[in-house]
Design a protein around this ligand. Structure first.
Ligand SMILES: O=C(O)[C@H](O)[C@H](O)COP(=O)(O)O
Ligand SMILES: [Mg+2]
Length: 334
């Protein structure tokens, strides 16, 4: 029996011509952050130069991160502190996408609130969208004490639980979230993202997916995920970029937006054929690009290792291009 397999291979970039070809081909560059622009607070060598080069060539640059610990405004502060040029409207985090999803897609009723397992970034984005929330950084929930249902009065107005990377996750938060999801009728289970690991300059840490995993297991239920690779994140970006590009009035930014996610016919902002997603993780960034019909460039400064794309057990997710680091595009400066 002959088994015909078409294994498309990623094009490994190395020469100045290779990078010049990308510059010609793509007008919009979407950059993942952790593992691409930086590892924790250590900027990837050359990343700043390359972003400046792209802007010099009038390319549209956007930042698309699954990291839900910071709001767009606080990400802007991180960019500034690391000397990486970015405008707050170019930054799209999964905390923002989750807040927009709850307000514009789920349309959580105004008399309902969200129980948060997550950090200040997620709370700030919910505030921006005018969504009431409890939990999160509330000192009452940030305790290592034991949890007892006998002494807890659940809030009947909780209509959704949203879970993001929370470095202070604990049994109390998981217990409250579990009970909201099993007791409050129709309570929705959302996660900002499901990354298994989080790349820092000193190595890997458990990712957001490991924070929500206990709830998945206890509930026997999968949540709605908003971040990469899900289409929701791209819709959220295009809903924001489109009005700016076309001056559409009915989708404002900021508090209480009633963002109209443009229909495919409305979308003039992105030409997916001239858009490239640059990422370090195959099952979020590269799949996100592929789901959105974008081209994809994998860099090896974060999660994905060479062996996953060239070894005996290659991943079924194959990027269009691979290069060692985004800094390699400095070849265009010579
Ligand atoms: O665990 C997480 O949340 C992720 O590892 C992390 O935040 C990924 O961020 P990104 O690579 O999408 O910038
Ligand atoms: Mg990354």
């Amino acid at each position: 029996m002959t088994v015909s397999a078409t294994t498309s291979m990623a094009a490994r970039l190395s020469s100045r011509e290779d990078y010049a070809g990308l510059l010609d081909k793509y007008d919009t560059w979407l950059f993942d952050c952790d593992g691409v622009l930086w590892q924790g607070d250590k900027v990837i060598d050359g990343a700043t130069d390359v972003l400046q080069l792209l802007r010099h060539h009038k390319k549209s640059v956007l930042f698309v991160t699954n990291n839900a610990t910071k709001s767009r405004k606080n990400y802007k502060k991180k960019f500034d502190s690391l000397g990486v040029e970015a405008h707050v409207d170019e930054i799209f985090g999964s905390a923002y996408a989750a807040a927009v999803y709850i307000s514009s897609v789920m349309k959580l009723p105004k008399d309902k609130k969200v129980y948060v397992i997550g950090m200040s970034g997620l709370e700030e984005e919910l505030d921006e969208e005018g969504i009431a929330h409890i939990g999160g950084t509330d000192p009452e929930d940030n305790t290592l004490g034991s949890f007892s249902l006998a002494t807890w009065t659940p809030d009947p107005s909780v209509g959704a639980v949203v879970c993001g990377l929370d470095t202070s996750v604990n049994y109390t938060k998981l217990s409250k979230a579990f009970n909201y999801l099993t007791r409050n009728p129709g309570c929705r289970f959302l996660v900002t993202n499901e990354d298994s690991t989080y790349p820092t300059a000193d190595g890997l840490l458990p990712g957001a997916g490991t924070v929500s995993a206990p709830l998945r297991y206890a509930l026997g239920q999968d949540p709605t995920a908003v971040g990469k690779p899900n289409r929701t994140m791209l819709d959220c970006i295009r809903a924001n970029v489109a009005p700016a590009a076309r001056g559409v009035g009915d989708a404002k930014r900021g508090h209480g937006v009633n963002v109209r996610l443009p229909s495919p016919a409305d979308r003039h902002d992105f030409d997916p054929k001239r858009t490239i997603m640059v990422g370090d993780r195959l099952n979020t960034d590269i799949e996100f690009g592929q789901v959105g019909g974008l081209s994809t460039l994998l860099v090896l400064t974060g999660i994905t290792k060479e062996s996953e794309i060239t070894g005996p057990n290659v991943s079924p997710t194959v990027p269009d291009y691979v290069t060692g680091s985004i800094g390699d595009l400095r070849a265009l400066l010579s």
